[in-house]
Design a protein around this ligand. Sequence first.
Ligand SMILES: *[C@@H]1O[C@H](CO)[C@@H](O)[C@H](O)[C@H]1NC(C)=O
Ligand SMILES: *[C@@H]1O[C@H](CO)[C@@H](O)[C@H](O)[C@H]1NC(C)=O
Length: 401
Amino acid sequence: MGFKALCLGLLFVSFLSYIYTPMPDNIEESWKLMTLDAIAKTLNIMAECLEIIGVMRYEDFISMIISLDHTPPYSDEHITVTDTAFVDIPARLYLPKKKSKSPRRAVIYFHGGGFCFGSCKQRAFDFLNRWTAKELDAVVVAIDYRLAPQHHFPAQFEDGVTAVKFFLQDKILSKYGVDPTRIAVSGDSSGGTLTAAVTQQVHNDPEIKHKFKLQALLYPALQVVDSYSPSHQENEHGIILTRDIAIKLVSLFYSKDDALRQAIKKNQHMPLESRHLFKFVNWSILLPEKFRKDHVYTEPVLGRSAVSLPALMDHRALPLIANDTYLQHLPRTYILTCQYDVLRDDGIMYASRLQNVGVQVEHDHVEDGIHGALSYMTSPFHLHLGLRIRDMYVSWLDKNL
Ligand SMILES: *[C@@H]1O[C@H](CO)[C@@H](O)[C@H](O)[C@H]1NC(C)=O
Ligand SMILES: *[C@@H]1O[C@H](CO)[C@@H](O)[C@H](O)[C@H]1NC(C)=O
């Protein structure tokens, strides 16, 4: 009893301390966001405490909370929704009910969640994909790839490629009435990582006949090579997603070894032989002046970490480090970045790299945006910001697909 009261007391104090964290001036619905931020950070502390006292693992606790928000596949008057599997990868399918004279457009969606959490069954993603299907009169498929740390990289990438290859077969496209020349792939956050990596794979594999017409990357994570870019520095204690949480999740994607997390925090995790990759993430060249501001570029320290993982140099995990030849073949791209996001610079640098090799890119930067805003579109946590980002994304698809 005494212990429980103490824990509750501590959580309450933690909640209060977070709720008084001031928000930037241009943030709308600042009280709502402050509350959300305080809840998210308090849950994070709770998860860390439970792990330390040995009750359950950090990621199991957060997953449990998120799974409370799953919704079954229910159809409405416009869309038939079903859960299915592509090969053995779970997928949720949204098919418009209205008869169509011609084949339809299609969108494949990868959800975010730091590679450790989340599902396309979460209410916010279900809402987004249902909305996309209805607004575009398109077939939408959402893919549930395996999660870390039970499954490390490259399981997520492999699931993404397997599911996409399955869907892009002639017989499957015709079964769902999809036009093979009008298919897009999209994802947010770590789903954006997967989208970028899978698109690189599809567009560089001559064996895959049907390619994507578009890719859309919504506040994507695209590199961990340099963990101290200006957005890392400015958003170290960021709203909902702090630099510490981002690094914790990304290190779990690669390995259970906590030494990796410590090394990434110090920006000393890359092996000596990775030096040639730094030009691909050199923010002093790839970021426009507006984002560089007065930050001074220092090269990360190489060869200090005891953990040396080949995956840290693999463009299937870090799409930003693919070489120019590999990027040249990519389809027209939409990149949305948010100002108050530790991962902001990843998306901006990818936009620069794609533009440099002649890929058509449209980059929208949301000046009052926060990471993960699309996860806050359903009650009781809905933000106008989430709906605004949804509308930017869906209208770009509608115009270009
Ligand atoms: C990064 O860019 C700066 C120029 O802004 C240059 O001096 C430095 O050598 C570059 N570093 C790498 C590793 O490419
Ligand atoms: C570019 O990357 C691809 C994929 O990793 C690789 O096969 C190719 O050899 C690289 N090309 C150059 C010029 O480095």
